[in-house]
Write a protein that binds this ligand. Structure first.
Ligand code: F0G
Length: 456
């Protein structure tokens, strides 16, 4: 059969609300043209994030009921710990309420002011946690990543030569860890190859620097390796995952992505002493080390989700659905990052709206128009998110201005996506009339969550 279907049946539904354009105009004005400030019920299709928005399976819902809510040493904790150890292969597992709590633990123990943390591309909360700890977050994407339209299989790779140069320039003792984000979310959701992970690991360990993987979308990345990298076609995704993490000293994970959970995360390491210190810190803010800010039922759901995400029927459907949207946009001549990412399609807002300067936020302008057109919520990944220096407060264009259409896992069907594609095509037809934006109110960091805008 050539037709690919969603590999699940729908057992429970959640109605979505439709709004009219005049209503959306008022709602947007009240929200200061920032889609994070909208009520979710005023959104028809919500592609703001793939984080915590997935649909759990009947098995995961059944596991919730088994949640052991004991404060210390709950059965749910041991099930969670065993699942994480089995899949990722790290001996020490520290549960957190989400990925950024793991980042905070990581940064507060490892980073002293002036230290440098390289990554293929830091996600915004990772960068912010490093900067708040006084460190410098450096992005070292591979050269192919800078050509958004280039068809290359592993545009999430780190530039190993640039990493070598950085280590030579700042000295290994100023680099407490190297991070590698799989898939590279801020760089277009592109995968990292096994060859690159191996090379980064070799270089890091030659200099005595630990390698930690930001593992949010580890299963999608492993599936891309199976599909695209020579030598992995016959290897099950679960084994690719084992090999991949064997090159690392630990990982940071948001279970809100590739674990289908609505909340949760963890930090893993091979370093027993570091783990002890992290557990002590964990108690201060997150909770006892056998629950780390999560309910026992959350730990159960994550343990189930981590196994389900390795189902290759699921992964095939997942990558095909994102690819479907990207392909249709490509056919319409709409500029988007090529090839399609795993969890999202990224429209190139600078090429979509070439008449809007980066400092007038083309990505945000496009997000606003897509909501006005059809009640679709997306997110800017560009100058609003990355254009402001947290230390100096000065602003410059980010490397790119993208509009991310993130796909919640197992939530929307192909007809929802056809609706999204039609709406984008309508905005494309009237693109020349779209105006840029200015910021009228913003916080000192992570401004994209709460800044308010006006049309220029
Ligand atoms: N690292 C990456 C690569 C991420 O994409 C995220 C979250 C985090 C860390 C932090 O995890 O949200 O559980 O605290 N990304 C979401 C997104 C928010 O929309 O891309 P968290």
């Amino acid at each position: 059969m050539k037709t690919m279907i969603e590999p699940f049946r729908i057992k429970m539904v959640e109605p979505i609300r439709f709004t009219v354009r005049s209503e959306r105009e008022t709602l947007l004005q009240t929200a200061g043209l920032n889609l994070f400030r909208l009520r979710a019920e005023d959104v028809t299709i919500d592609l703001l994030t793939d984080s915590g928005t997935g649909a759990m399976s009947s098995d995961a819902w059944a596991a919730l009921v088994q949640g052991d809510e004991s404060y210390a040493g709950a059965k749910s904790w041991y099930r969670f710990e065993a699942a994480v150890q089995k899949i990722f292969g790290f001996p020490h597992v520290i549960p957190t309420h989400q990925g950024r709590a793991a980042e905070r633990l990581f940064a507060s123990l490892l980073i002293r002011p002036g230290m440098v943390i390289p990554n293929n591309t830091h996600f915004d909360t990772t960068r912010a946690n490093i900067e708040v700890a006084g460190g410098k977050a450096i992005d070292l994407p591979c050269p192919e990543a800078s050509d958004l339209a280039l068809e290359a299989p592993f545009k999430g790779d780190m530039d190993v030569a640039a990493l070598e140069l950085l280590i030579a320039n700042v000295g290994a003792h100023h680099i407490p860890a190297i991070l590698l984000t799989i898939t590279n979310n801020s760089g277009g959701g592109q995968p990292v190859s096994m060859a690159n992970i191996r090379a980064v690991s070799k270089l890091a360990h030659f200099h005595g620097i630990p390698l930690y993987i930001d593992a949010c979308r580890f299963a999608e990345n492993a599936y891309f390796i199976q599909q695209r990298e020579a030598g992995y076609q016959q290897m099950p995704v679960a084994e690719i995952v084992q090999e991949l993490f064997a090159y690392a000293d630990g990982c940071l994970m948001s279970a809100k992505k590739d674990a289908f959970a609505n909340i949760g995360g963890f930090l893993c390491t091979r370093d027993a002493q570091l783990a002890e210190e992290w557990r002590r810190l964990l108690i201060l803010t997150e909770g006892f080390p056998t629950y780390g800010g999560l309910a026992g039922r959350d730990l159960e759901a994550i343990a189930v989700g981590l196994h389900e995400v390795l189902d290759e029927n699921y992964l095939r459907y997942r990558i095909a659905s994102t690819g479907y949207v990207a392909e249709r946009l490509h056919q319409l001549g709409i500029p988007a990052v090529r090839p399609a990412g795993g969890h999202a399609v990224y429209i190139d807002a600078r090429r979509f709206l070439p008449h809007i300067q980066p400092l007038q936020y083309p990505g945000q302008a496009l997000a606003v128009e897509l909501y006005l057109e059809a009640g679709i919520r997306t997110v800017e990944v560009g100058t609003v998110m990355f254009g402001r220096d947290a230390h100096t407060g000065t602003e410059q264009p980010a490397k790119w201005d993208l509009l991310r259409l993130s796909m919640p896992r197992r939530v929307y069907t192909q007809s929802h996506m056809d609706y999204v594609i039609e709406a984008i095509a309508l905005v494309w037809q009237r693109r020349e009339q779209i105006r840029g934006l200015k910021i009228v109110n913003q916080p000192p960091y992570l401004r994209h969550f709460s800044a308010q805008f006006e049309w220029i």
